[in-house]
Design a protein around this ligand. Structure first.
Ligand SMILES: Cc1cc2nc3c(=O)[nH]c(=O)nc-3n(C[C@H](O)[C@H](O)[C@H](O)COP(=O)(O)O)c2cc1C
Length: 283
């Protein structure tokens, strides 16, 4: 779709307010098809299924399908520096938090024509980098840095973004980002194709040494306010997503809700609809 055919970006602050969960009246064991939207969803199955054998699929088709189905993905906007001191900036959405203790994140970077991209080359050489989170107001500046330019070109210059020296690592952070993490290389793992034995991708694990978070995006509990942060995510093809309207869903706890849940499962067993396993195993 050409951008000329698209309506303008929606800047409205609708997502500032939390909403209820989609089905506030949901009770234990209630079937998906029992709500109007659930019924419509389940009926979609009438179209049948397509099952893809990944060992037979064209890799580029697999790429397109996987990045469209594994959504939304957070985006690591990575600042790194080469051994020779050339700065680099690029976005990567095969990115996530691994654990908070120790604070570790992961970024996965595909090789191009058997060669590492500049970001993993720099990280492996200098052992440090900064992950910045992208917000709506500078998404175009971040996007331009994904250009496949030669390593001597500094993407910072193309972006119009502002460099700030980091406190601990050599790579600078992006001043416009409201949430940046200074990282040390924790581990670098080659992803080797089991059929060909060739490394196709580098998985970088980063130890987060320091977090910079802008005060104006924090709420009264000291954590990031989703509406103020305006973080963007990645969807399929070249699509981005906004964070959307948040809704709250309480998490049941066995300590509090276990009795009620056991009663429900006992009822299921008695009616012959339950599975063989004990209630606790099943959950
Ligand atoms: C939003 C976005 C997300 C991306 N995610 C990834 C990714 O997860 N892995 C990857 O290998 N390339 C990804 N790319 C492509 C890289 O950004 C691109 O190859 C870039 O040129 C790499 O820069 P470098 O060679 O300076 O490291 C993404 C591009 C965009 C625009």
């Amino acid at each position: 779709m050409s951008s000329a055919a698209l309506p303008p970006f929606d800047f409205s602050p609708a997502k500032a307010a939390y909403t209820e969960k989609p089905h506030p009246g949901w009770v234990l064991g209630q079937r998906t098809e029992s709500t109007p939207d659930g019924k419509e969803w389940v009926e979609g199955e009438k179209e049948g299924w397509k099952v893809i054998d990944t060992s037979k699929e064209d890799p580029m088709k697999l790429y397109a399908l996987m990045i469209s189905g594994i959504i939304p993905r957070p985006i690591a906007f990575v600042s790194s520096v080469s051994e020779a001191g050339v700065e680099n900036l690029a976005p990567f959405s095969w990115f996530n938090m691994v654990t908070h203790y120790p604070p570790v994140l992961s970024i996965s970077i595909a090789h191009v024509a058997g060669k590492l991209k500049d970001t993993p080359t720099n990280i492996k050489a200098t052992k440090n980098f900064v992950v910045n989170i992208i917000s709506e107001p500078f998404v175009e500046q971040a996007n331009i840095t994904s250009i496949d330019c030669p390593p001597e070109i500094n993407e910072w210059d193309l972006s119009g973004l502002t460099k700030v020296p980091s406190d601990i690592v050599k790579a600078p952070r992006v001043k416009e980002s409201a949430f940046s993490m200074e990282c040390e290389l924790f581990q670098s793992i080659d992803i080797v194709h089991p059929d060909t034995g060739a490394a196709t991708t580098t998985l970088i694990l980063g130890l987060v040494k320091c977090i910079h978070v802008r005060n104006d995006v924090l709420n009264e509990r000291g954590v990031v306010d989703v509406a103020k942060f305006k973080a963007v995510g990645r969807l399929g093809d070249i699509s981005y997503s906004t964070t959307g309207t948040p809704f709250r869903v309480a998490r049941e706890q066995w300590k509090i809700d276990g009795e009620k849940i056991s009663e429900f499962l006992k009822g299921l067993q008695n009616s012959g609809l339950g599975t063989e396993s004990s209630p606790k195993e099943r959950l």
